[in-house]
Design a protein around this ligand. Structure first.
Ligand code: BTN
Length: 243
């Protein structure tokens, strides 16, 4: 479903799922611009015309505790989709993940992912998987990371084309996840994630924690070695490091 303007594609898809009717996996809501784009941790997502704002409906895993795995699946799909897009120079951009699901291109955040839960009138659980990708530069006030766009990295494309490639990559990674399990996804994420031992600073609601990257736990939690021992983090923003 395509819209010129929505408050938020996540909010719209959640409303559709909660009303019921013909909802099924892969249902896509996208908009050319959003007036109330939602980011993680209650932040807003700047959403002018020209970028990708899309939400996909995904069947929730049997165990709700596995739902965060979908964010990693989606980040891999975004990475692989971007690598398939036409670009103006020959050098491929450097794509890296910042935990949990941010994608950086040549050192700047270009894509963010927000997953939310929805339950339809038949009590079926769904994940609303929201993906934002900056194709063109965006003004972001109070940036907590450097923010960039694919245009900065000479990738020249339009939202409708990105969505075609992204839909295919998402189907591919969902299949890999469902057949191979989170283990396979985690290994693939690690290939574009921080090196083991990389210094990281993680912003938590109670303040920053410094340490070194010690991998991802079985459920995608960030393992951080700090001066007071290993921490297992489920929420937070990685502020800087080598990733
Ligand atoms: C983040 O904070 O990094 C997550 C940003 C997620 C933005 C996307 S844009 C499409 C979808 N609709 C929203 O309102 N948010 C997500």
């Amino acid at each position: 479903m395509e819209f010129d303007e929505l408050d938020s594609t996540n909010a719209a898809l959640k409303r559709i799922a909660e009303q019921g009717g013909e909802v099924g996996e892969g249902l896509l809501v996208w908009a050319r611009r959003q007036t109330g784009g939602r980011g993680r941790s209650g932040r807003t997502w700047e959403s002018p015309t020209g970028n990708v704002y899309a939400s996909f409906l995904i069947k929730a895993p049997e165990a709700t505790k596995n739902a965060p795995e979908i964010g990693f699946v989606a980040a891999l799909a975004v990475r692989d989709a971007i690598l398939e897009l036409p670009r103006h120079n020959t050098a491929p951009p450097v794509l890296t993940f910042k935990w949990p699901n941010d994608l950086f291109v040549d050192g700047k955040k270009v894509s963010g992912i927000l997953t939310e839960l929805a339950t339809d009138p038949d009590r079926r659980s769904w994940i609303v998987l929201g993906i934002g990708i900056n194709l063109i530069p965006v003004e972001v006030p109070n940036q907590i990371y450097p923010v960039g766009s694919l245009a900065d990295s000479h990738v020249d494309t339009k939202p409708a084309h990105v969505l075609t490639v992204l839909g295919r990559e998402l189907a591919k990674w969902l299949e890999i996840w469902r057949t191979g399990g989170f283990f396979v996804v985690r290994e693939a994420w690690r290939a574009s994630g921080p090196q083991s031992g990389a210094p990281l600073s993680v912003r938590l609601p109670e303040g920053p924690v410094d340490g070194t990257f010690a991998g991802l736990d079985d459920d995608g939690a960030l393992l951080l070695d700090t001066s007071s021992g290993r921490r297992r983090l489920m929420v937070g923003d990685v502020m800087f490091g080598d990733s």
